[in-house]
Design a protein around this ligand. Structure first.
Ligand code: SF4
Length: 203
């Protein structure tokens, strides 16, 4: 590329704004590497919408850590509404389902639908979530739900497979999580996924 073309290309890159992306974040640990990976391609809005987290003290802890991450990467941050009682209503009848069962499908849908709603409000064509990065989450199920929601809303969902191999992504995620000393929770989020430790049981 000659000098003139190179300058023109650089100017174009400077002038062309990056497309917006709404990145739903379930917790800081799961979000760290994805933000690192996507920050140069997209103007990210980090969206913390997790009304499934119980109790409120735990919610506050995870929220604070997600805010810390947004600060580290200097990206926009939005918090969704926290209404655990309403969330409980939505999963009523599925309380005793195992993790990964029907209750989780409702929980995923709830968070992803709201993320799509924010994408439309912010005029962002793209959305994705950090939910699929955890080895405990079924990436295929999440992709199916999110793709359907994207279709219903004329949006584009970016599946985790677009970003690389899941095992490798998780490895890098943990490395960054250690580097930034992020809080690592011991359970998924709702009261039905909470398993007290022996010490907690004895209290
Ligand atoms: S186990 Fe996790 S994904 Fe499933 S319903 Fe509870 S908080 Fe939601």
């Amino acid at each position: 590329m000659n000098d003139k073309l190179e300058i023109e290309e650089k100017l174009k890159q400077k002038i062309t704004p990056k497309p917006k992306l709404i990145l739903h974040i379930c917790c800081a640990v799961c979000g760290a590497y994805l933000i690192d990976l996507l920050k140069n391609q997209f103007e990210i809005i980090l969206y913390f919408y997790n009304p499934n987290i119980w109790p409120k003290e735990e919610y506050d802890k995870r929220l604070k850590e997600a805010e810390k991450l947004a600060e580290i990467y200097q990206i926009n941050f939005q918090e969704g509404e926290y209404n655990y009682d309403l969330w409980l209503e939505k999963v009523r009848g599925w309380e005793s389902e195992p993790e990964g069962g029907k209750r989780c499908l409702i929980c995923f849908r709830e968070r992803l639908e709201k993320t799509a709603e924010i994408a439309k409000k912010e005029k962002s064509l793209y959305f994705t979530t950090t939910l699929a990065i955890s080895p405990f989450k079924d990436e295929k199920v999440l992709d199916e739900i999110a793709t359907l929601i994207a279709k219903e809303n004329n949006l584009i969902f970016l599946p985790l497979s677009e970003f690389g191999d899941k095992k490798e992504l998780w490895k890098k995620t943990q490395e960054l999580s250690k580097k930034y000393e992020l809080y690592h929770q011991k359970y998924c989020g709702c009261q039905f996924s909470f398993r007290p430790t022996k010490k907690e049981k004895d209290l």
